[in-house]
Every structure is written in structure tokens, then in C-alpha cells.
Design a protein around this ligand. Structure first.
Ligand code: NAP
Length: 247
């Protein structure tokens, strides 16, 4: 059976690493992006250079019509999805005393609603009752979802707490349909996500305080996601795998 993966937010950071590992594992790869078509095309080219097959697809995961179009376009271009990396997400640094409904709803829409909508589209294609052959979903959570953040960005942490709950619940809901659902919980990972809040300086300050002595890099997470999707992990579902160097 052909393996087809949708990697949301596959144009940069952790998603780009997941996409590249997926290409090496024999998946046809949908590299989804929101704005950075240039970065998505770079990842497609990198996968193709290693002999893989990939294509870039624009869609904002917080928009229901975009998500429906994304999966329909993937059906036509690559075939029905067999694996979903629910990776697209944003961080924001705000204190609760400054929050507005607009700030909160924007973050929930991308980090939570987007993950649910993409899972819905994947299940409609993977579930045996819909004619599928099963599949795998890995959600990108965060250690913040367990610990509540670093004394700030509680809304981001809460969105990842929701993803943890979704992972456990959805794993039970679709296990009988041949679909496994797991989450990875990275700690601090060196990506563009930290640029607006100190970037490299923040990574260099916090990195040495992590028990294993460094911040993570995207490949620490990308490799684990593709392993969780592999047959070697075929008895793992509903798991929350921390990837934080002991954080
Ligand atoms: P990043 O470097 O900021 O990249 C974000 C990616 O998501 C980009 O590809 C971006 O697309 C895409 N994206 C953002 N909003 C989107 C939307 N509405 N629709 C579709 N795509 C969207 O982020 P990252 O650090 O790799 O984080 C990836 C995931 O890991 C997130 O869920 C994050 O919460 C989680 N995580 C990260 C860390 C960390 O320390 N970095 C730690 C724990 C968990 P464009 O390129 O088009 O903008």
C-alpha cells in the first residue's frame, strides 16, 4: 500500500524535519504551509534530491474550508492520506492579565481547532468503516502542556494540554478503525518559533539549564514522529512521548 503523509506546517522547523524523515521512510509527502511557499518548495526540493516524492500545499489549518481543500488536493495529487503529522502551531508570549478573547481565539483556532479539523479529514480517509485501511496520527504537543509554561504563555500551554487530552481520547475512539493516535511533547527546540521572543539568545540561555545540557533540534523530534508512525510502534497508541532532554 502506498504511504501518503500530510505534514501541517511542514515548511519550517520541526515540520520540515518530519517531512524530510517521512520522505526517507518512503512516504509521498504533503508539505503544508500557510505563508512561506518559498520555504515549503525548499523542503520539497530537499526530499526530491534524496529520491523521494513531495509536493507543497497552501492551507491555513484554522480555516475549515482550507483544511477540506487541502485533503481533497492531496487525494488528487498524492492519493488518500495514511499518516497525519498535526504539527502546525503558533506560540505567543502573553500574560493572562493582558489577554483578550481575540488573542485567545486566534491561538485556539490554529493549535486546537486546526488539529481537530485535520484529524477529522484524515479519519474520513483512514477509517475502515469509510473504506480506508487504517493509519497513524501524531500530534505535536509540548512539555508546556503538562507543566503550564515557564511562568508565561499559559494559553499556549493550555492549548497543548487540550492536544494531550485529544490524543488520549481520539486514540480510544478510532483504535477499532485501525488508526493509532499518539503525541510528542517537545521541550525547547531551536526553531524560528522563538524569534519574536529572544530567538537564539533565549535558546542559548535556557539550553544549558536543561538536564541533557542543550536545547533540542528539529531532527530530535522529526525522527521520533516517523518512528511512532512506523510498524515498530504498532502497539503504541494514546501515548504522550516527552522529547525534552529531561526538562
Ligand atoms: P515554527 O518554526 O514557527 O514553524 C511553524 C510552521 O507552522 C511553519 O511551517 C508555518 O508555516 C506553519 N503554520 C503556522 N500557522 C499555520 C496555520 N495556521 N496553518 C498552516 N500552517 C501554519 O514552529 P516549530 O517550532 O517548528 O513548531 C512546530 C510545532 O511544534 C508546533 O505545534 C509547536 O507548538 C510545537 N512545539 C515547538 C517547540 C519549540 O520549542 N520549537 C516546543 C514544543 C512544541 P509558514 O512557513 O508558511 O509560516
Amino acid at each position: 500500500m502506498e504511504k501518503v503523509i500530510v505534514v501541517t506546517g511542514g515548511s519550517r522547523g520541526i515540520g520540515a524535519s518530519i517531512a524530510k524523515h517521512a520522505g526517507r521512510a518512503g512516504y509521498k509527502v504533503c508539505v503544508n504551509y500557510r505563508n512561506r511557499a518559498d520555504k515549503a518548495e525548499e523542503i520539497v526540493a530537499a526530499i526530491e534530491a534524496e529520491g523521494g516524492e513531495a509536493k507543497a500545499f497552501q492551507a491555513d489549518v484554522s480555516r475549515e474550508e482550507d483544511v477540506a481543500r487541502l485533503f481533497a488536493d492531496v487525494d488528487s495529487a498524492l492519493g488518500p492520506v495514511t499518516a497525519l503529522a498535526n504539527n502546525a502551531g503558533i506560540m505567543a508570549v502573553d500574560f493572562v492579565e493582558d489577554m483578550t478573547a481575540e488573542i485567545l481565539n486566534h491561538l485556539w483556532a490554529i493549535n486546537i481547532t486546526g488539529s481537530f479539523l485535520c484529524a477529522r479529514e484524515a479519519i474520513r480517509r483512514m477509517a475502515r468503516k469509510h473504506g480506508g485501511s487504517g493509519g497513524v496520527i501524531v500530534n505535536l504537543s509540548s512539555i508546556a502542556g503538562k507543566k503550564g509554561g515557564r511562568g508565561q504563555r499559559v494559553h499556549y500551554a493550555a492549548s497543548k494540554g487540550a492536544i494531550n487530552t485529544m490524543t488520549i481520547g481520539l486514540a480510544a475512539e478510532v483504535a477499532g478503525e485501525g488508526i493509532r493516535v499518539n503525541a510528542v511533547l517537545p521541550g525547547l527546540v531551536d526553531t524560528d518559533m522563538h524569534e519574536p521572543w529572544g530567538g537564539k539568545k533565549r535558546i542559548d540561555t535556557i539550553g544549558p539549564t536543561i538536564p541533557l545540557g542543550r536545547a533540542g533540534v528539529p531532527d530530535d523530534v522529526g525522527a521520533a514522529v516517523i518512528w511512532l508512525m512506523s510498524d515498530e510502534a504498532s502497539f503504541i497508541t494514546g501515548a504522550l512521548l516527552e522529547i525534552g532532554g529531561g526538562s
